[in-house]
Design a protein around this ligand. Sequence first.
Ligand SMILES: [Zn+2]
Ligand SMILES: [Zn+2]
Length: 125
Amino acid sequence: MTFASADILGRHLRPLCSRDNHAMKYESSGSSSNNAGNQAAYHCGFMGCSVRYNLVDGYYMLIGMPDHANPVDEPGVNTRTCPRHGCWLYRRENVTAKPGALWCCGVEGCDYRYQANTKGDWVRT
Ligand SMILES: [Zn+2]
Ligand SMILES: [Zn+2]
């Protein structure tokens, strides 16, 4: 599986924080509050929450000093990747009546969906 680093993180997603289920906000690569390097990412920020999401790392937290922050995986959160892009899926607000979480690919324009806690069927919109 090759990861295409040219894949673009969609700007209008609503990934839910892995800790508090709040919708995370988009931070562009040039944002001053984004100290995770020069990648675009989503950042929770609720009550000082430092959970972030991007395509390469999935859900992660920045640990350490602002100048030397290291991304640390959220244990057990990142479990699925997009079969087309090989990037981590994000958890989205479940708008269907089905139980379980809805996971989506964060690549701009990708419509891959995975409904967790079902028989692994695809849900396409
Ligand atoms: Zn959070
Ligand atoms: Zn995808």
